[in-house]
Design a protein around this ligand. Structure first.
Ligand SMILES: NC(=O)C1=CN([C@@H]2O[C@H](COP(=O)(O)OP(=O)(O)OC[C@H]3O[C@@H](n4cnc5c(N)ncnc54)[C@H](OP(=O)(O)O)[C@@H]3O)[C@@H](O)[C@H]2O)[C@@H](O)CC1
Ligand SMILES: [K+]
Length: 546
């Protein structure tokens, strides 16, 4: 079995070579089934063996999480669903009983319709004890069980779970340690969304034991909260890289520490980023972005406000340079300087015709461009000209509201209650947006999703030990855009620049802690960069600390 430390065995270069750093592949249910079926079809492993390994891993993880119960043998309720997830539960029940636990098993569904492997394990359990109807678990008194194994539904969840199972989970879980097999029942393993009308239950699992690789639903949406701690168990499938799987990255890409390296390091070697700024009183956002770009190692950074805001900006800038840019024509003239290789725009720009003209001129210049805030909002009424001008080396950094203005139909699918599984996920939304826009899309959130138009996707999870809720502060998004532009100026490819920026952003926030304001983020970067793990030695903190 692997755990948070062992999960590093699953990391490595991505299928696209898009991210050179510590990663773990995220699987959806279909991909997981395909891996299992390929091995079974080749005769390398049987379904029964996989299920036995899965059930054994659940018991091992419970025992190591609650050693005192493992020593004396606790009281466990095992709630089994109608499919193979329930089969994992029957294996776990048998193995817990073998270790001296007092085990009660409850089942949802018709035993006559169970898949063969699950039925075989039910029969083996029936040699040890009864299988009660799931409704009986709802009568459990608080504290009746020390542990509950939630083996209701896993990757096969296709609709909201029956009320009887919900009631059983709620009742049996009172005072108990809840271990979910693969996924807490009711949460979609592909999207992390809870299926059903209304809010998700407050209680998920304390520990989730999944198999081979984490599911997408462990990292996306409500999944990280619902799964609690996550243990990834080896059930005997080959550890080969999984082509084209979305990658969760657990650390920075290699090469971030290369800033200003080498004897002939010269400021232009590290690029020149230009940040377009808004008018009088609106320049703060661009200045934050510019400072972040400089701190992350761009050789030169220029802020470009309209002429009337020059004095205001001059009073607030030192290392960052200043150049007035009145309109699109002025921007074209500025960009005659070929050393300017990266642009950031949208922060405080105003979502108006000037912003549209500047954005289109920026895109037409062929420079790597990071578009945030008003550069996106300015095209809300008609995104077609924006999408026509964008290229894959451009990065859009929408938060949910900005995303909804450019991609209202996708946002609506995310907003509407998820009633069928697999549900539409934030990853699906970002990928479709990237395809439509023809650009890299970074959809902000605690689960940041980064997708490029060719389908490559990365997920960054700011949860568990890396949760930084205080990062939801005014101006933090401007800093993120500045980081991406600074890294683009240094020559990072868009997907990697976006990923590195997302990681650095959270890392800087963690260093500052509660009370953080956006101005702190660029100032925290030197310490973050100083502490970068040496190449190849990254020991990534597991985001599902629980
Ligand atoms: N060899 C393997 O494959 C291994 C698999 N493993 C384990 O198997 C799990 C996947 O098993 P699974 O495919 O049988 O799906 P599972 O989640 O048990 O659902 C069962 C069926 O229930 C149905 N259904 C769905 N939602 C429903 C609802 N709300 N209310 C009522 N019914 C509902 C739905 O059928 P439907 O009705 O949609 O036709 C669905 O097919 C996986 O998570 C892992 O734990 C491990 O043992 C390793 C080896
Ligand atoms: K489950």
């Amino acid at each position: 079995m692997t755990n948070e430390a062992g999960a590093e065995s699953a990391m490595g270069g991505g299928a696209w070579g898009a991210f050179d750093g510590p990663t773990v592949e995220l699987l959806d249910g279909a991909r997981m089934r395909a891996l299992e079926q390929a091995q079974m079809a080749a005769g390398r492993i049987s379904g029964l063996e996989l299920m036995e390994a899965a059930g054994a891993a659940i018991v091992a993880a419970l025992s190591s999480a609650r050693p005192e119960l493992a020593r004396r043998g606790g009281r466990a309720a095992v709630l089994c669903g109608p499919g193979a997830n329930g089969g994992d539960g029957f294996v776990a029940a048998r193995r817990l009983a073998g270790r001296g636990w007092a085990v009660e098993v409850f089942m949802l569904g018709d035993p006559a319709r169970q898949p063969p492997d699950a039925a075989a394990n039910r029969r083996r359990w029936e040699g040890l004890g009864p299988v009660r109807d799931i409704a009986r678990a709802a009568d459990a008194a608080p504290g009746a069980f020390d542990a509950v194994i939630d083996a209701g539904f896993g990757t096969g969840l296709s609709r909201p779970i029956p009320r009887t199972l919900r009631a059983a989970l709620d009742a049996a879980s009172r005072g108990a340690f809840v271990v979910a097999a693969d996924m807490p029942s009711g949460w979609c393993a592909d999207s992390g969304r809870h299926l059903g009308e209304g809010p998700a239950p407050a209680r998920g699992a304390d520990l989730t034991v999944t198999f081979h690789r984490p599911r997408l639903g462990h990292a996306l949406g409500d999944g990280p909260r619902a799964v609690g701690r996550l243990v990834v168990a080896d059930i005997g499938l080959p550890q080969d890289p999984i082509a084209d799987a979305p990658l969760l990255f657990l650390g920075p890409p290699r090469g971030l520490d290369k800033a200003a390296a080498g004897p002939r390091a010269h400021k232009y070697v590290h690029g020149h980023a230009l940040v377009l700024a808004g008018g009088c009183g609106k320049g703060g956002a661009a200045r934050l972005a510019a400072r972040a770009a400089l701190r992350v190692g761009a050789g030169l950074v220029t802020v470009a406000p309209p002429p009337e805001a020059l004095a205001e900006n001059a009073a607030r800038l030192d290392a960052v340079m200043l150049r007035p840019v009145a309109d699109a024509e002025a921007l074209r003239r500025a960009l005659a300087d070929r050393r300017i290789n990266a642009l950031a725009l949208g922060m405080g720009l105003g979502a108006d015709a000037r912003a549209r003209a500047l954005t289109l001129a920026a895109l037409e210049s062929g420079r790597a461009a990071t578009l945030d805030a008003d550069a996106l909002g300015a095209f809300a009424a008609d995104p077609a000209p924006l999408f026509a001008a964008l290229r894959p080396d451009c990065v859009l950094t929408p938060h949910e509201g900005e995303f909804a203005r450019l991609f209202p139909d996708l946002a609506e699918r995310l907003r509407a209650p998820a009633l069928a599984g697999p549900a539409f996920s934030r990853l699906d939304a970002a990928r479709e947006a990237a395809r439509r826009a023809g650009a890299t899309v970074l959809l902000k959130g605690p689960d940041t999703v980064i997708a490029s138009p060719d389908g490559a996707a990365l997920v960054h999870l700011a949860a568990g030990p890396r949760a930084a809720p205080w990062l939801a502060t005014a101006g933090a998004g401007d800093v993120l855009a500045g980081l991406i532009a600074g890294l683009a100026a240094r020559g990072f490819a868009p997907l990697e620049a976006a990923a590195a920026a997302a990681w650095l952003h959270v890392e800087a926030a963690l260093r500052v802690g509660p009370g953080l304001i956006a101005e702190d983020l660029p100032e925290a970067l030197p310490a973050v960069l100083r502490a970068l793990p040496p190449a190849g030695a990254a020991r990534a903190p597991w985001p599902w600390g629980g």
